[in-house]
Write a protein that binds this ligand. Structure first.
Ligand SMILES: Nc1ncnc2c1ncn2[C@@H]1O[C@H](COP(=O)(O)OP(=O)(O)OP(=O)(O)O)[C@@H](O)[C@H]1O
Ligand SMILES: [Mg+2]
Length: 375
């Protein structure tokens, strides 16, 4: 059965153009169209629409969004605008609109938008977590891939992973996906994208889990501009509930920009009998430049043995900073899973590794379960 659409567009020419697109789209039917929002609100209900498209560039249509959502309570309200801005997405999500489309849109984009936003609607803003390491081999790619899986499963909400380890990112291998597009194309195109079209640059991994993979060649990394990179994060905030970012090791323009754009940066280090505590201390000194670093910088140790409360306490003491999570030494499990393109969480859901990752996911969900009014 076709979706019944009501179109509200102030500009006559655009109204004609978009009407044509809707009529040509498979599985969509233009039930009614209006230039004035007031007319649509007064007369539209009789058409029993499934989707109401409201141009928010005209007049004060944004302030009428709540009325649209209430009047067409059986329908999904989508906003139309010339350009996407982060502040728009927050306002329209709060008003109860489900999604957003840049106009003029194509039939494919309309179909994509409905599919993208059908499940969860536009997000009013994700929680963004980046994973930093002073040195390489911290266990963070293993952790992020499994944590993403856990968050998606536990919450049923959209989770996005961004592989910003731009030169040697290997998230695609860990997640066993062959991406058609990567962070390179997303950064190149970002000024022309909206949350719907950016979504297509992420490869699907699992129910509610998608990944934007790293570049396919190290030399491409330098083509990723910092401004465009941070715009990817800003736009992704309206697509996902949780975003996990894998960073290149050490302080560099990408890792600094991502940490700045994140709600929380997890400094991850693997216990190796080396100098991981000292390296983490030195990095923490840099993060202390943020006045609110105690809330924004957390620490995780991987490959911890024994992986218990006492060991965590010992590590906190040695570090002189709280340790947010410890992940056990489970080399056989995680390496075999990664080699087979599987997630350790799924291969052995009762393992200690899975339990600690699930606990970290619970911490994240617990702290952020109130969607509105969070700072
Ligand atoms: N909890 C763990 N216990 C034991 N070994 C682990 C654990 N987590 C990861 N490893 C192993 O450590 C190695 C590095 O892991 P991973 O690639 O996740 O780290 P990384 O910090 O992303 O490394 P890179 O700097 O290469 O990006 C891998 O061989 C992985 O199998
Ligand atoms: Mg890695």
């Amino acid at each position: 059965m076709a979706y019944r659409v009501i179109l509200v567009e102030g500009n006559q020419q655009m109204l004609e153009r978009l009407s044509g697109v809707i009529r040509s789209a498979r599985e969509f039917e233009l039930a009614a169209r209006y230039q004035r929002a007031g007319d649509a609100l007064g007369q539209g209900s009789v058409f029993k629409p499934d989707i109401v498209l409201v141009d928010i560039d005209s007049n004060d249509n944004v302030s009428l969004l709540e009325d649209f959502v209430a009047t067409f309570s059986a329908a999904s309200v989508f906003c139309l605008s010339d350009k996407w801005t982060p502040s728009d997405s927050e306002v329209i999500a709060k008003a109860g609109a489900r999604g957003f489309l840049i106009k003029p849109f194509t039939a494919d984009e309309l179909q994509e938008a409905v599919a993208t936003f059908a499940k969860t609607g536009i997000s009013a803003g994700a929680e963004v977590f980046s994973f930093f390491s002073s040195k390489g081999k911290s266990g963070k790619t293993t952790l992020i891939s499994n944590l993403g899986f856990s968050l998606a499963q536990k919450t049923g909400q959209q989770v996005g992973i961004i592989d910003a380890d731009v030169q040697f990112g290997d998230m695609a291998v860990f997640l066993n996906v062959a991406p058609k597009t990567t962070i390179l194309e997303a950064a190149r195109d970002i000024n022309f994208l909206s949350p719907v079209t950016l979504n297509g640059y992420f490869a699907p991994v699992d129910d509610n889990l998608r990944v934007l993979c790293g570049t396919s060649r190290p030399e491409y990394a330098e083509q990723i501009g910092i401004k465009n990179f941070t715009e990817i994060i800003a736009m992704a905030r309206s697509m996902f509930r949780y975003i996990l970012i894998d960073l290149p090791q050490g302080f560099n323009p990408i890792s600094i920009a991502a940490a700045e754009a994140s709600d929380v940066t997890y400094h991850t280090a693997m216990i190796n009998g080396g100098f991981e505590i000292q390296h983490m201390q030195r990095a923490l000194e840099i993060f202390k430049a943020w006045p609110d670093y105690e809330n924004r910088v957390k620490t995780i140790f991987t490959r911890v043995s024994p992986c218990d409360k006492e060991e965590r306490h010992k590590l906190s003491q040695a570090l002189g900073y709280p340790v947010a999570a410890i992940i056990p030494n489970e080399y056989m499990l995680v390496s075999a899973a990664a080699n087979n393109g599987q997630m350790a969480m799924r291969v052995e859901p009762d393992s200690m590794f899975a339990q600690t990752v699930n606990r970290l996911a619970d911490d994240i969900i617990g702290k952020t379960h109130i969607r509105w009014g969070n700072p």
